[in-house]
Design a protein around this ligand. Structure first.
Ligand SMILES: [Zn+2]
Length: 420
């Protein structure tokens, strides 16, 4: 079944012979024999939010999906890929990571798992290591974790600065991030720089002034860690408002470690996303439900800090749009695995397997205000994963098992696991 103008106009979906049709047919690729296909288009397939089509095919031309539907009805194409009865899902959209860093925090994790509490100050360890690292080392580190994420099915990833905390080091982090992804976030306000520990107001002035000027050209987003020990509500408002004036769009680390003003501020400023949302009042949930701000849940952080889980069920039941992301960072969530986060969300946060899959794909796209990714319908970017399983449910049913066996991004097979 075709799904809109892009498919209707595409010669590959037409049976009329023409030179245009021939030209496309040589390049179009049909992935057929898909046991179950998640489209995230509720008008397709089973009519659920996942728009699940059984015994399906996906046709890709260039970097785009041009047709999805039942395998038996797939248009003729020169290139055919047999999915072998595996499931196909949209590439994960990981809307929250911190990949521009050096060093690790193994000792801190080990100590925490031996009984110490997590505090925001551990970030300083990574700041020192990041400042000392070369551009090449930082870039190689980003590439390494992006590759790791890709092999686990992530095809779109947001990443942040926040371990430089000087004008030069923050701008450098963003320049390096922008070499690897389009979704770059300026997080000069991760913590108050150790250089300004005695004068947080001066640091806020720097973040909203000279540092913002140096960073804005490389970033799409501005973020702030609104938390006790980091930035309070007024500081966060000043920082995000200054970013908006420079053309950056806000997203917020909100209500992670304690109740606070972050979520309300996110809604007030029309932030694309309020991230963490672990400690929420009824008023916070209600504000999110009546906004276009996505609640991005990051269960890797709660896992890695032995903290209480965010209540995804409460948010979903209130009508909040929920995204699931990794928060990949060396301190509080050193995982690049969206499948792991899905398993946690299903096991411990009250999400169904369908909801968790939606949140890790379409939800992540919503948190980045993107409509070209997070779905597999005509016109979408051809980002998808094949799972060594007949259904996406296996991502939660078989936790820790590397089920992603093949990943396509922008119509190109980027990863094919061993044995396939
Ligand atoms: Zn984070």
């Amino acid at each position: 079944m075709n799904t809109g103008p892009a498919a209707t106009n595409n010669p590959a979906a037409s049976s009329a012979p023409s030179s245009a049709n021939s030209a496309v047919a040589t390049t179009a690729t049909a992935i057929v024999n898909i046991a179950s296909l998640v489209t995230n288009d509720p008008s397709l397939g089973d009519g659920t939010p996942l728009g699940l089509i059984q015994d399906a095919a996906v046709v890709i031309d260039g970097d785009r999906v041009v047709w999805v539907g039942e395998s038996s009805k797939a248009p003729a194409t020169d290139n055919r890929v047999d999915a072998g009865g595996r499931a196909v899902i949209p590439g994960f959209v990981d809307s929250h990571s911190h990949l521009v860093f050096a060093g690790d925090r193994t000792a801190e994790f080990n100590a925490r798992m031996s009984g110490q509490a997590y505090a925001a100050g551990g970030i300083r360890t990574t700041v020192a290591a990041t400042r000392a690292a070369s551009d090449e080392a930082l870039s190689a580190n980003v590439a390494r974790y992006l590759g790791e994420a890709l092999r686990q099915g992530t095809t779109t990833i947001e990443t942040k600065s926040g371990y430089g905390l000087t004008v030069e080091d923050e701008a450098r982090a963003l320049r390096i991030a922008a070499e690897h992804t389009d979704e770059v976030t300026y997080l000069g306000a991760h913590i108050v720089s150790p250089d300004h520990a005695d004068d947080p107001a001066a640091y806020v002035a720097l973040v909203t002034g000279e540092m913002l000027d140096a960073c804005a050209p490389y970033a799409r987003w501005i973020d702030v860690f609104c938390e006790k020990g980091a930035f309070d509500g007024d500081q966060a408002r000043a920082i995000l408002t200054a970013g908006k004036a420079k053309g950056l769009h806000p997203r917020i680390h909100a209500n992670q470690l304690s109740y606070g003003p972050g979520v309300q501020l996110a809604v007030e400023l029309d932030a694309a996303s309020a991230d963490h949302c672990t400690h929420l009042t009824d008023e916070d949930v209600d504000a999110l439900a009546h906004s276009s701000t996505v609640a991005t849940l990051l269960p890797g952080a709660e896992f890695s800090t032995r903290a209480p889980w965010p209540d995804a069920r409460r948010l979903l039941d209130a009508g909040v749009t929920v995204a699931l992301s990794t928060d990949c960072n060396p301190g509080s969530s050193f995982t690049s695995s969206v499948p792991f986060c899905i398993a946690l969300a299903v096991r411990d946060m009250g999400m169904t397997p369908d909801e968790a899959l939606w949140s890790a794909t379409a939800g992540g796209a919503a948190a980045l205000r993107r409509t070209d990714v997070g779905r597999l319908t005509a016109g979408a970017r051809a980002d998808l994963s094949l799972l060594d399983a007949p259904s996406h449910v296996h991502l939660a049913y078989r936790p820790g098992v590397p089920l992603v066996t093949e990943v396509w991004r922008a119509g190109v097979r980027q990863y094919a696991g061993s044995g396939h």
